[in-house]
Design a protein around this ligand. Structure first.
Ligand code: F6P
Length: 548
């Protein structure tokens, strides 16, 4: 059964939220903090190793109560159940959405078309484990009988961003293998990676759900040709493996049947790192760590499925996002990981979030009349403080931000960790409090600044504050906690898609550009003047043809 198709703006809760917004839009959060000394504890959810404080948001208890009514009226609970039980909720592609099954325990039973999929999932996991151990232990060798030293993941979008982000985030847990990622069809990417490699000791993992993606196939072909300069066709089987649903196409590419790791159409590309798409994670960190990542995600799945919405992390964070997007009309949200290990987290989230909810037609096929899909961006703290924080603190835009930090470091250097975490805590305090005119003047006076300078500079030094943040403080970065964090955002995206009444699991918006690029690619090869384009496109095409 498909998802409910409820226009959120037609609910009673939406109308109440519109009224409520008018009454609190100008309130400074500090007023609520001074009126209620329990505000922080009332608006903090402590679940396992996650401490999530959402009190620094422009909302009160009534706001959350109304947002919860909205979740109720849009039948969120029913939608969650449908997703987990494998209903065809990706209606436009006629598919189930079961990335959560990939991290379910062996004892689970989840059916697709009457067939329990758990045994298949565990078969592939066993294959991943076996293969990983062979490569990591050096028992599986290359064509000159040397152990592997390097792994190259060839894929793009969901077949790249998730594994690349996790391998980077779990560097601390890495083994001796060096992992590389080739995604862009720009030849510079593959060329620069190949310069670093020895064909005798490199394993290539081609990851493509469809095995039709131009970028991935071009890179795979270039790499295979490079490999064959020193090795023979017979050696390909030892060095090339593939992850795909399209077994025939993989075989056509010349990959041995044994070297194919299957995946399934019920796993969306951007939610696929939990499948064999995560093979490079398993190779880089060992299968046990990959499995712990999955276990962490499964813990978050259980929390999401069972926790009351009031204390349900993905639900609460999603509702806060809706509050800003649809009532404050904010356009974007920043995700700032106070960990260099989360360097690629925002990039990963951009696909997960924007490919999922960047939709303007609702589940009834009607054009939406409200905002959906936020722009997600961010960089790690403290670097970002020295880059774009000026705009968040004193700019004209409202940018709600998630601050993610880990209480215990992995490196053990207390000096660095204390400095990092003092910034982590101070920034959300500064964004909340701001700095009043009185405080600025008092500070100037304490420094014996002249009256003239005080008058001149005070306006520039005032911070209004009242800038919303969520603080996600996690005990430590481990494979489990990373799994939980990723699953938290996956579910947040799902909840928002349900409430916005859009289909979060298709991505037709990326098709048109692909179609036109393949048409233009053919036109590059013709000598004739090209018709059928607007004049700007025609000029660009002709100009490129002349120069290239
Ligand atoms: O960009 C569109 C997209 O279809 C993504 O959804 C997907 O993750 C990516 O391309 C790669 O697709 P594939 O894994 O089939 O090569």
């Amino acid at each position: 059964m498909p998802l409910p198709k409820i226009n959120p703006t037609h609910t009673k809760a939406w109308k109440k939220l519109l009224e409520h917004y008018k009454s609190i839009k100008d309130v400074h959060m500090m007023q609520w903090f001074s009126e209620n000394e329990n505000r922080a504890s009332e608006m903090t959810i402590h679940w396992e190793d996650f401490y999530v404080d959402y009190s620094k948001n422009r909302m009160d208890a009534k706001t959350m109560a109304l947002l919860l009514e909205l979740a109720e009226e849009t039948q969120l609970k029913l939608a969650i159940d449908k997703q987990f039980q494998g209903d065809i909720i990706n209606e436009t592609e006629g598919r189930e959405v079961l990335h959560t099954a990939l991290r379910s325990p062996r004892s689970a039973k989840i059916e697709v078309e009457g067939q329990d999929i758990i045994p298949e999932i565990y078969e592939v996991k066993a294959k991943i484990k076996d293969f990983t151990n062979g490569i990591v232990d050096g028992k599986r060798k290359g064509y000159t009988n040397k152990a592997f030293t390097d792994v190259v993941n060839i894929g793009i979008g969901g077949s790249d961003l998730g594994p690349a982000m996790v391998v980077d985030a779990l560097q601390y847990y890495k083994n001796h293998l060096t992992t590389h990622f080739v995604s862009n069809v720009d030849g510079d990417h593959v060329n620069e990676v190949l310069k670093k490699l020895n064909p005798e000791t490199t394993l290539f993992v081609i990851v493509s759900k469809t095995f039709t993606t131009q970028e991935t196939l071009s890179n795979a072909n270039t790499i295979k040709a490079w490999f064959l300069k020193s090795a023979s066709e017979n050696d390909v089987a030892k060095h090339f493996v593939a992850v795909s649903t399209n077994i025939e196409k993989v075989k056509d590419f010349g990959i041995d049947g044994d070297n194919i790791f299957p995946m399934w159409t019920w796993v969306g590309g951007r939610f696929s790192l939990w499948s064999a798409v995560g093979l490079s994670i398993s190779l880089a960190t060992g299968f046990d760590n990959f499995d712990k990542l999955l276990a962490g995600a499964n813990a978050m799945d259980n929390h999401f499925k069972t926790a009351d919405f009031k204390t349900n992390l993905p639900v609460v964070l999603a509702l806060i996002g809706i509050w800003y997007t649809n009532f404050f009309e904010s356009e974007s949200e920043a995700v700032i990981g106070y960990s260099q290990y989360l360097n690629q987290f925002a990039t990963y989230l951009q696909q997960a979030n924007m490919e999922s909810n960047g939709k303007s037609v609702d589940r009834n096929g009607d054009k939406v009349t409200y905002q959906t899909g936020n722009i997600v961006w961010g960089e790690p703290g403290t670097n970002s403080q020295h880059a774009f924080f000026q705009l968040i603190h004193q700019g004209t835009k409202l940018i709600p931000a998630d601050f993610i930090g880990f209480a215990k470091s992995l490196h053990g250097n207390k000096d660095h960790q204390d400095k990092l975490m003092s910034n982590f805590i101070a920034q959300t305090e500064a964004l909340l409090n701001g700095k009043s005119k009185e405080e600025v003047v008092a500070e100037f006076k304490s420094q014996n600044t002249s009256e003239e300078t005080i008058k001149q500079l005070t306006p520039f030094k005032v911070f209004e504050g009242n800038k919303p943040t969520n603080t996600i403080l996690i005990d430590q970065l481990t494979p489990e906690s990373l799994g939980k964090l990723i699953a938290l955002y996956e579910h947040k995206i799902f909840v928002q898609g349900v409430i916005w009444n859009v289909y979060s699991y298709d991505q037709f918006g990326v098709e048109l550009g692909k179609q036109l690029a393949s048409k233009i690619l053919k036109e590059f090869g013709t000598k004739d003047q090209i018709a059928g384009h607007d004049s700007s496109t025609s000029n660009l095409l002709e100009y490129y043809k002349k120069l290239s």
